[in-house]
Design a protein around this ligand. Structure first.
Ligand SMILES: [Zn+2]
Length: 447
């Protein structure tokens, strides 16, 4: 199946100009920025010039320097003197293969061929990059769709955000990653074919190794039920301590980080005690959870945008979710955001992550508004989506700031995102690896 998906992604090379990959080459680009936030968390440095060579930042200078004065008379000049320029954004939690939900996603499970999912993943990757997100962490899909896309992007065969990929997520049988939930019993043999369900430590070690064998960058697991799990089994712990420990220990053998889907406090504690790297959602947290975050240095990834996805689907169709799922969706809408408000004053490390797939791809920046609503300053939210997310994804040497040696991944907006984060919803210019992917300045796009 993986090979199949890769072939389909390669077929997308016939896409229109603008989304076809260009070689990075040896060319030099000089970007003149009106304002430059080169290192989020520190003050913006005002009018600046960024010199880019071979897709990486060569130097950053004060003021607007002409190409010849910069020592590169042949350089291409990008005039962003009326824009606010900042590093490409990073979303630590996406699912590029889909953004259907509820009953529609259940149908998709049995209707879509992996090859069709691969096309969808490519389209969603373009939406994500157009929104200014130049790196993402893909936390779970099936059939190796996004793994193949990751490799195609890395090889320069197609344009997309840089992808850090978890392959297929792991849970226990009847857990959040059990594809067969909500289908007839006799369909289990057909649907449960991803080797991602494990019961008992030995099976969990094998499940991790199978993902490692596929070439994943990290391991994603679920220690609790999920809102979208198609049974009414709650959102508490659904994994035993020996299973969680076996997963983390095995991932460590191969130098892989572990990201954990968890809603209830018991599943959060189980994961943090097992030594995981990030808690996704963490919808309910108590004092003990927060103390464990601080003690272990694990990251919290809020995924507040999920609520937007739920509300939009229900508005479009009140029956978008089955009754068992709808009860959990309503609860999640009520309480999401409370955990972020709790952890921010306590100094817990927060990385930006939307769970796009539950919410719509390309709307990732909506998360900034919600992060500020629940207690972060605009600067903290921007740090979460750049410096912090880069650290969580293991990309600190590559992304998160615009410093010499890093990838020339940058975006431009009108207005100051440190005063109003909603300007990040209207990214008018996106450059990845020194190549312009999107430039809609003056194209009638609302500013
Ligand atoms: Zn997710």
């Amino acid at each position: 199946m993986r090979r199949n998906a890769l072939l389909i992604v390669l077929a997308a090379l016939s896409a229109p100009v603008g989304v076809v990959a260009q070689p990075i080459g040896t060319r030099i680009v000089v970007v003149q920025a009106g304002q430059l936030l080169d290192r989020p968390g520190r003050p913006a440095r005002g009018a600046s010039t960024i010199v880019i060579r071979e897709g990486r930042v060569l130097e950053v200078r004060d003021g607007h320097i002409a190409a010849a004065a910069a020592g590169f008379p042949e350089a291409e000049v990008v005039d962003l003197r009326d824009r606010y320029v900042l590093p490409g954004l990073i979303d630590s939690h996406v699912h590029l293969a889909s953004d259907t939900g509820g009953v529609a996603s259940q149908l998709e499970e049995v209707q879509l061929e992996p090859a069709a999912k691969a096309y969808n993943a490519l389209v969603n990757a373009h939406k994500t990059l157009a929104a200014g997100f130049t790196s993402v962490r893909n936390l779970g899909d099936r059939d190796g769709v996004t793994l193949a896309l990751r490799d195609a992007v890395r090889a320069g065969k197609v344009v997309g955000p840089n992808i850090v990929d978890a392959g297929t997520s792991i849970s226990t049988t009847a857990g959040h990653m059990d594809t067969a939930l909500g289908f007839r019993d006799d369909l289990r043999d057909a649907l449960d074919r991803h080797d991602n369900l494990c019961d008992g430590p030995d099976a969990c070690r094998r499940a991790v190794r199978l993902q490692v064998a596929r070439g994943v960058d990290l391991i994603k697991i679920a220690t609790t039920g999920g809102v979208n799990s198609r049974i009414g089994a709650g959102l508490g712990r659904q994994m035993f301590e020996d299973e969680a420990r076996a997963i983390v220990e095995t991932a460590r053998l191969y130098g892989k980080k572990v990201a954990v889907h968890a809603h209830g406090t018991d599943g959060v504690k189980l994961a943090l005690l097992a030594g995981v790297d990030s808690i996704e959602h963490g919808t309910v947290l108590d004092e003990e959870c927060i103390a464990l975050f601080v003690k272990t240095g694990a990251w919290y990834v809020p995924t507040l945008s999920t609520v937007n996805g739920y509300l939009e689907r229900i508005a479009a169709d009140p029956n978008a979710y089955s009754p068992a799922v709808r009860a959990k969706v309503d609860w999640r809408i009520r309480v999401t955001g409370e955990s972020l408000a709790q952890v921010v004053p306590r100094g817990v490390k927060v990385a930006f992550g939307t769970d796009a797939g539950v919410s719509k791809h390309g709307r990732n920046a909506d998360e900034f508004e919600l992060m500020v609503k629940y207690g972060m300053t605009p600067s903290q939210a921007l740090v979460a989506a750049t410096v912090s997310a880069a650290e969580l994804l293991g990309l600190s040497e590559e992304a998160g700031t615009l410093e010499p040696g890093k990838r020339a991944d940058l975006i431009a907006v009108t207005g100051d995102p440190l005063r109003d984060v909603t300007v990040l919803k209207r990214v008018s210019f996106v450059m990845k690896d020194g190549v312009v992917f999107r430039d809609v300045r003056g194209a009638g796009v609302p500013q």
